[in-house]
Design a protein around this ligand. Structure first.
Ligand code: 2BA
Length: 108
C-alpha cells in the first residue's frame, strides 16, 4: 500500500474530491497553509493499493490546474526596516504529491 500526500489549490478541491470519491478512493482532507504564500491550500491523504496508485495520480493530474499568483518578495538577509517588498510572480500547482510506502493500515 502507498500513502499519497497531495497538496492542491482550494479551487480544485471540490472537483478533485468528487472524482476520487466516484472512483472509490478513501480520502482525508486537511485545511493547510503554504509556507511561501501564507495562503490556504488543501492537503489530501489517500491510502491506496499499489494497483490503484496510477489511477489516483491520473485524476489529480487532470483535475488540478497550475495558476500564477503574486507574492511579496522576501527581504534580503540583513535588510533594514526600510526594505520595501515588491511583487514576485510564482506558478502554483497543479499539485505537489508525495508518495510514501505504507507498512500497515490497521483498522479497529
Ligand atoms: P507555498 O509554500 O505557499 O508556495 C506557493 C508557490 O510559491 C510554490 O508553488 C512555488 O511556485 C513558490 N515557492 C514556494 N517556495 C518558494 C521559495 N522558497 N522560493 C521561491 N518560490 C517558492 P508549488 O511548488 O506548486 O507549491 C504549492 C504548495 O505546495 C506550497 O505552497 C506548499 O504548501 C506545498 N509544497 C510545495 N513543495 C513542498 C515541499 N517540498 N514540502 C512541503 N510542502 C510543499
Amino acid at each position: 500500500m502507498k500513502m499519497l500526500i497531495a497538496i492542491v489549490q482550494d479551487e480544485d478541491v471540490s472537483r478533485l474530491v468528487n472524482e476520487l470519491m466516484n472512483e472509490g478512493y478513501y480520502i482525508t482532507k486537511l485545511a493547510t497553509t503554504g509556507g511561501f504564500l501564507r495562503a490556504g491550500n488543501t492537503t489530501l491523504l489517500l491510502g491506496v493499493e499499489e494497483d490503484r496508485l496510477q489511477g489516483a495520480l491520473s485524476i489529480i493530474e487532470r483535475t488540478c490546474e497550475s495558476r500564477k499568483q503574486f507574492a511579496a518578495s522576501p527581504p534580503p538577509l540583513g535588510a533594514s526596516s526600510a526594505f520595501v517588498p515588491y511583487p514576485v510572480e510564482v506558478t502554483v500547482g497543479g499539485a505537489n504529491i508525495f508518495v510514501l510506502q505504507v507498512d500497515q493500515n490497521i483498522r479497529y
